[in-house]
Design a protein around this ligand. Structure first.
Ligand code: NAI
Ligand code: ABU
Length: 503
């Protein structure tokens, strides 16, 4: 079965040289010994040596490196470095910042393969997907480099020749806290808009995937950024909490789970710091009977199986109109069986390993629970919800599984499916497949989700805003609007006459 094969991938004995001969590295062969903390232009080992933790390679279960979590001293040093860089960077023109960011994008392009390989070794996703993640990171930096020189305020005329103007100013030292599902891409999606606006950043990757964010920090430095512009501190909750509470931190941008997002918001509230929260989802995908079935099936696969299903925006509740359910199920099962699962460094692999053993077990337990609750298990990764009790009562339909598990539900009317689709506390994404253009826009208008797709799913071009409604988050990443989340407006009143004094 698909999940058993995934489990086997995860448990494969160490050091089996499975990768293509042309590749520089192979699964099970990499040991990372260089320090992974980075600030003030250098890699650092942590002073808290006793807290070292193992970091595993998902594809083999082998120890890849050791995480050295940063304590208060290191966090202070990193924030200090970012403050110093902010002094220089914020005074540069947008054009000057853009030049350095474009150079960073060129370096990423030239090191695409190396970065992608390290992402695979640390995260377990296929090399094909990892390359696309590196491209997305590069494109995001290019995009915000383009916007850097367009940042401007407004001139407002007031009576008597007086006027006011607004300045769009950076916030200061921003903190980025990342998840393990898109380690390099998340570091870029957070740092690119922050830096374009003139901020500096301290980034904390997930302790599960500490390897590639530091590569991005070094790339900015190599491109000519001032020392300390992007700093990386490793660690988990404690390090994250030190960053959120730090008095010199102006903003926190977080990607991860809803429970942690709430904690981040609470911590940031102590210092009245703005937050961007990119949290989880339980997104619906609506497939109407007039859809192009082949594209709908492709969309459902894209909505569920990228990054081994470990994607926040996944459309895991696939609602299919009753008349086409048998056809849809047959085709989606056929296409799913054909997914090439294996060593993520192989070109032929389309699905690699889940991020670690505990996560795999958690995903499998959702499948077991679904069976107990009456779902028909078509493949371990496709659950067909029984039409009587599927009205958002089954655990697999309510909770974020964050694995390659698609729940298929049937519906009869547009009104009914909209009610069921919106019956969730989350609202990150949603999708609709239909050939009826009127229906498509009508449905999208009623879907309570921040990112809606018509006749596609899970594409994230960096030019468009991405983010959630309801408990899926606050703020947006990507697109022009994100500039507003990494800058603040200063209004300047200019009096050209006498002060009209009331006293
Ligand atoms: N929305 C998304 O993209 C993601 C959702 N998830 C969901 O979350 C579940 C758990 O995954 P985790 O990586 O443990 O997510 P998490 O939300 O606990 O961790 C995400 C990041 O926050 C940091 N963090 C954790 N507690 C913190 C605290 N108190 N203060 C500051 N930073 C803190 C972590 O070290 C990590 O860098 C997954 O199984 C999945 O359901 C996980 C990753 C991404
Ligand atoms: N490439 C999409 C990223 C979505 C996520 O953070 O899960």
């Amino acid at each position: 079965s698909m999940l058993q094969r995934l489990a086997a991938t995860l448990r494969r004995p160490a050091a089996v040289p499975l990768a293509a001969a042309v590749r520089c590295i192979s699964s099970g062969s990499v040991d990372i010994t260089v320090p992974l903390n980075y600030w003030a232009g250098k890699r650092w080992t942590s002073k808290e040596k006793c807290n070292k933790e193992n970091v595993y390679e998902p594809a083999t279960g082998r120890v890849l490196c050791h995480l050295e979590p940063c304590g208060a001293v290191e966090v202070d040093e990193a924030v200090e470095a970012a403050k110093s860089a902010f002094g220089h960077w914020s005074k540069m023109s947008g054009m000057e910042r853009a030049r350095i960011m474009i150079e960073a994008a060129h370096i990423i392009e030239s090191r695409r393969e190396e970065i992608a390989e390290m992402e695979v070794v640390n995260n377990g996703k296929s090399i094909t997907e990892a390359r696309l993640d590196v491209d997305s990171a590069r494109l995001c930096i290019e995009y915000y480099a383009g916007l850097a020189s367009t940042l401007a305020g407004q001139h407002v005329q007031l009576p008597g020749g007086s006027f006011a103007y607004t300045r769009r100013e950076p916030l200061g030292v921003c903190v980025g806290i990342g998840a393990w599902n898109y380690p390099f891409q998340i570091a870029a999606w957070k740092s690119a808009p922050a830096l374009a606006c003139g901020n500096s950043m301290v980034f904390k990757p997930s302790p599960v995937t500490p390897v590639t964010a530091v590569m991005l920090a070094e790339i900015y430095a190599e491109a000519g950024a001032p020392e300390g512009l992007l700093n990386v501190v490793q660690g988990g909750q404690e390090t994250g909490s030190l960053l959120c509470h730090h008095p010199d931190v102006a903003k926190v941008s977080f990607t991860g789970s809803v429970p942690t997002g709430k904690k981040i918001m609470e911590m940031a509230s102590k210092g009245v710091k703005p937050v961007t929260l990119e949290l989880g989802g339980k997104s619906p995908l609506l497939i109407f009977q007039d859809s192009d079935l082949e594209n709908a099936v492709r969309g459902a696969l894209m909505a569920n199986f990228l990054s081994q299903g470990q994607v926040c925006s996944n459309g895991t509740r696939v609602f299919v109109q009753k008349n086409i359910l048998p056809e849809f199920v047959e085709e989606v099962v056929k296409r799913t069986r054909a997914i090439e699962i294996g060593d993520p460094l192989l070109e032929s692999t389309r699905m690699g390993a889940l991020v670690n053993q505990p996560h795999l077990e958690k995903v499998l337990s959702f499948v077991d629970q679904a069976k107990k609750e009456g779902a028909t298990v078509l493949l371990p990764c496709i659950l067909l919800a029984n039409t009587i009790n599927d009205l958002n009562t089954m655990t697999c339909v309510k909770e974020e599984i964050f694995g390659p598990v698609m729940s298929v539900l049937s519906f009869e009317t547009e009104e009914e499916v909209l009610q069921r689709a919106n019956n969730t506390t989350m609202g990150l994404a949603a999708g609709v497949f239909t050939r009826d253009v009127m229906r498509a826009h009508r449905v999208v208008e009623h879907l309570k989700a921040g990112s809606c797709f018509i006749n596609n799913y899970n594409i994230t071009p960096v030019e468009v805003p991405f983010g959630g409604f309801k408990m899926s988050g606050i703020g947006r990443e990507n697109g022009q609007v994100t500039v507003e989340h990494y800058s603040q407006l200063k209004t300047v009143f200019v009096e050209m006459g006498d002060v009209d004094c009331l006293f």
